[in-house]
Design a protein around this ligand. Structure first.
Ligand code: SAH
Length: 348
């Protein structure tokens, strides 16, 4: 019989399983806290739990660990990029960023991605599978252990499309924010999506306190469909309607991610159209210099992002330019995993 992935279980689920086994309910909370507060990933070290229960746990549950395959530290800005190997031999990437207000971590939600954005290294490497809640969570726990510090913010902006792994991502968020567990407020979490409209509505209705980031990258349907195939299914009008619903329902501001690419999406005309689209909306634009991937010829001139930010500013749209972190360690998501190959992997 396959063992149950204990790190993916909510406290309630663990309680049910242990009560069914004949244990008292509070034992589940003890185990949960060993895992999610003390981050002890060995049943034998859970010293206030009976030998009999530890034996039961070992027989029936597994702890879905990650193995650090590669660790790259930026000499410029302390960004650390990790390549983690999953229990089935697949790889995911995690990035730890150093901001003045604390450490922020960027986690992956899938092995690869189906969405096919043509500027993105994750999409180019193809889709393998979605991650379990435990595998998303363990990227944080392992990275915190390695760094010897707690993270103060989490962004779901690594490899994968979080809303294409909706139920596991929701479970992960519940585990992360559980008062009896890691207890990180969802106010410090951002979820980035390419724009899977029906899931944006579902997420809005849950009224979680997280920040929704939407990868827009062009205000024109023809251009956006060319670089982001998801736009052929959910176009810009539908996406904007869903974003407005999200803002109205949750009372939270939406962030639009916009990778500035020369000759693709940063002309005066693009600025006009983008400003018209966002005017009056409770939102924020985050401009990113496009990270070059070797398969594509996209680039941004050094001045391109600042020019586009000014163009938006002149039109009354507030935009910030995201700092480029870890530029010496290929921090653009998907590049490490792609270079490592998929299953089995390398040991470099
Ligand atoms: N699937 C989600 C989250 C993962 S991508 C999404 O699409 O939002 C995280 C962010 O990085 C997205 O805004 C994505 O469009 C952007 N991105 C991907 N490749 C990039 C590149 N080469 N340069 C700049 N930004 C990139």
């Amino acid at each position: 019989m396959e063992k149950t992935d204990i790190l993916s279980l909510s406290l309630e689920e663990l309680e049910q399983l242990l009560v069914a086994y004949g244990e008292k309910k509070f034992r589940a909370k003890q185990v949960f806290q060993w895992l999610h507060v003390k981050k002890v990933m060995d049943f034998d070290k859970m010293t206030d739990i009976s030998v009999q229960l530890r034996h039961f746990l070992k027989e029936n549950f597994c702890i879905n660990g990650l193995f650090m395959q590669k660790r790259l530290e930026s000499h410029i800005d302390n960004t650390v990029k990790y390549l983690y190997r999953l229990s089935d031999g697949n790889f995911v990437e995690t990035v730890l960023m150093d901001y003045h207000h604390g450490k922020s971590i960027c986690v992956s939600t899938q092995v690869g991605c189906k969405m096919g954005c043509n500027f993105c290294a994750s999409a180019i490497a193809g889709f393998v599978r979605s991650l379990e809640p435990s595998e998303i969570l363990m990227q944080i726990y392992e990275t915190e252990r390695d760094a010897g510090t707690r993270v103060s913010g989490v962004v779901l902006m690594g490899i994968g499309e979080p809303l294409d792994n909706f139920s596991n991502v929701l479970k992960f968020l519940k585990l992360l924010s559980d008062k009896d567990g890691d207890n990180l407020s969802l106010r410090h979490v951002s979820l980035s999506t390419c724009g899977i409209v029906p899931k944006i509505y579902e997420l809005a209705d849950m009224k979680l306190q997280l920040t929704l980031s939407v990868s827009l990258h062009s205000p024109y349907n023809d251009k956006r469909s060319e670089i982001m195939p998801v736009n052929r299914t959910y176009n810009i009008d539908e996406l904007m309607k869903a974003c407005r619903y999200y803002i109205d329902t949750t009372g939270r501001r939406v962030t639009f991610e916009y990778a500035v690419i020369d000759n693709v999406n940063s002309s005066e005309k693009d600025a006009d159209r983008l400003a018209a689209l966002l005017r009056g909306m409770n939102c924020h634009v985050n401009l990113i210099p496009v990270n070059q991937v070797k398969e594509r010829n996209y680039k941004t001139a050094r001045s391109g992002v600042a020019d586009f930010a000014k163009r938006l500013g002149d039109r009354g749209i507030n935009a910030t330019v995201r700092r480029t972190l870890g530029s010496d360690i290929e921090a653009a998501c998907g590049q490490l995993r792609r270079d490592a190959g998929s299953k089995g992997g390398t040991d470099n």
